[in-house]
Design a protein around this ligand. Sequence first.
Ligand SMILES: Cc1ncc(COP(=O)(O)O)c(C=O)c1O
Length: 302
Amino acid sequence: MTEKMSTHQAEEDQRNEEILIYLNGEILPKAEAKVSVYDSGFMLGDGVWEGLRLYNGTWAFIDEHLDRLFEAAKAIDLDIGMDRDGVKNAVLETQKANGMTTDAHARLMVTRGVKTRPFQHPSLSQQGPTMTIIMEHSRPNLPRPIKLATVPHIRGLPMTQDPKLNSHSKLNCIIACIAAEKAGADEALMLDVNGFVNTTNACNFFIVRKGEVWTSTGDYCMNGITRQKVIDLCRENGIPVHERNYSLVDTYGADEAFLTGTFGAQTPVGDIDGRQIGSGTMGPVTERIRGLYKALIERECA
Ligand SMILES: Cc1ncc(COP(=O)(O)O)c(C=O)c1O
């Protein structure tokens, strides 16, 4: 049996036991950074979050992350309680307190805050939002390409839990991931409501066929920042790229497949539902895109 693995696997780093965490304006040791059992995030998954990455002293694409965070907060009618500069300063303060300069990953979470009673109604959240930033030393470390299994679960629909919301509750994605693990894979490949290939439970999904890069229409998946960067890089560098409907038949027959996300940038996929994809290792187009993305990060985070 192959060893268990996930797309968010990083090198072990003992320093992460000693990190400082931002909680509502305070910077606290990990063991002391605690939220109430009445918190809307704990009780109901009522909140939104962003994953950000630090390269060479700069938080990559932080403006895009803040745009998405504030857009999501507006959509769920959650007042973050500070403006963009306030959020940015909280990130920088946490970074400074931790003495981090590169290869760090931040999970910035905002919930509707502590409730007065343990029930769902949002009007019970009266104490203002809870904002936390967990910042860890992080170097992605994947010993082999990812194995995916197709599962019956889908991400939310635009009229239910819009897949463009980076919501605290990830239950549908977690159930999808569990189903994939039980099928012997690392993570789940999720279809859209029409049966076209859509996304994985934690990353955006791409295939390469005859030199062309295909990804889903974007209607049913997270509006991933890395996804958009990859599409833009392909366009700028003469790599044909299509946002389109495609099926599992197209996917099994692809020459390459890869995932995108802030944590892992571009992660090769070697196997889907027991079918080897291409050579089963990272293909040349994925490798080229990874190089282009790395150069983009070097330009942005100089
Ligand atoms: C379901 C899902 N898809 C894709 C992504 C990747 O998005 P990004 O590239 O902005 O990190 C995430 C990350 O939050 C996600 O949760």
